[in-house]
Design a protein around this ligand. Structure first.
Ligand code: ADP
Ligand code: MG
Length: 325
């Protein structure tokens, strides 16, 4: 199977939204009237972002999911994406499963593959996603104000729990591993929530490298600080710990590490004024996405961690950084 057969068979699909899709030198696409294009790019590298033996169907899903998550964080509606693929060999079964996983998620979000590039080389997947957002209404990192509540969607920490189990760092009961593993390998981009938060949230981003490190980007961009209630950030992890009961194999610091700095969560972290609490809950309900209030924005710089009683929690949690020393 040559390069062009491979593209035709696995990656060329009819387009509706775009004026022109795969097959020409450029694809053609126009945002709706009064809309801005939202553009984001994420690369997944074997050995860095996924295990060499990962199920290609799940990998197809995740490669697009992490990109859609960026659109979600901006409050944008997905339109289209391009796929740059470096493949060690033209493995038909692998390409079929990968493209199926990718197109299944694309269909859920009405997001079309409109072009890309295919080359032989180490397995590497780079997707650029395009979305649209009413001009001036994109959610940014820079809008948080002192007094705003800080919220997160879904459950943080599951992906980290699964990753550590897969790396053999701790055992997990099979049922628990299955749940956590799905969150690691097939994350759900919070696209509907992001759109519902336009005009409600003052700032937003998606949590990909760990909550505290990512939240720091909002604080830096907005010139503010924050106080986080560490007891509020652990709904699912707490359920895990409860389930294990007295046989608990995790200590509290490890559970906090998962929720506060786990990485690969693809949940949204966002801020909104206290008057908007009902509106935030409505946005969560309308998008069938749980939302939890975990703290508040403060005027002075710095990130304080407290427990449920408001007592300081002394801890340093490093978020993921590809080039950390
Ligand atoms: P060019 O050499 O003009 O850049 P290519 O020969 O690389 O074009 O690709 C031919 C067509 O196939 C282009 O429309 C390109 O966008 C598309 N394409 C290539 N690889 C992929 C891929 N992995 N997924 C989707 N479209 C692809
Ligand atoms: Mg090319």
């Amino acid at each position: 199977m040559g390069e062009f057969d491979l593209i035709r068979r696995f990656f060329q699909r009819p387009v509706r939204r775009a004026a022109l899709g795969v097959g020409d030198d450029c694809a053609l696409l126009a945002p709706g009237p009064g809309m801005q294009l939202a553009v984001s790019c994420d690369m997944l590298v074997q050995g860095r972002h996924f295990f060499p033996d990962v199920d290609p169907h799940l990998l197809g899903h995740k490669s697009l999911a992490v990109n859609l998550s960026d659109l979600a964080a901006s409050g944008a509606t997905p339109l289209a994406f391009t796929l740059a693929l470096s493949l060690p060999l033209a493995d038909e079964a692998w390409c079929a499963a990968f493209s199926e996983g990718m197109f299944a998620l694309a269909a859920q979000h009405d997001c079309e593959l409109i072009g890309g590039d295919t080359t032989a080389g180490p397995l590497n997947i780079c997707i650029t996603v395009l979305g649209e957002v009413p001009a001036g209404q994109a959610l940014l990192r820079s809008g948080a104000r002192a007094g705003d509540d800080i919220w997160v969607s879904g459950n943080l920490g599951d992906a980290r729990l699964a990753l550590d189990a897969l790396l053999g760092r701790h055992p997990l009961p099979p049922a628990l591993l299955t749940t956590a593993r799905t969150r690691l390998e097939a994350p759900t981009p919070r696209v509907a929530l992001g759109q519902a938060l336009r005009g409600v949230a003052t700032s937003a981003l998606d949590v990909s490298d760990g909550l505290l490190g990512d939240l720091q980007h909002i604080l830096d961009a907005s010139g503010v600080g924050a106080c986080i209630d560490t007891s509020l950030t652990t709904p699912l992890i707490a359920a895990y710990a409860d389930m294990l009961g007295s046989e608990a194999i995790f200590d509290r610091d490890y559970l906090r590490q998962c929720t506060l700095a786990g990485g690969d969560d693809y949940e949204l972290c966002f801020t909104a004024p206290p008057q908007a609490r009902d509106a935030v809950l409505q946005a969560g309900a309308a998008s069938a996405t749980p939302v939890t209030r975990i703290g508040c924005i403060e005027a002075h710089a710095g990130l304080r961690l407290v427990d449920a009683a408001g007592e300081p929690v002394a801890a340093h949690f490093a978020s993921f950084d590809h080039f950390a020393d």
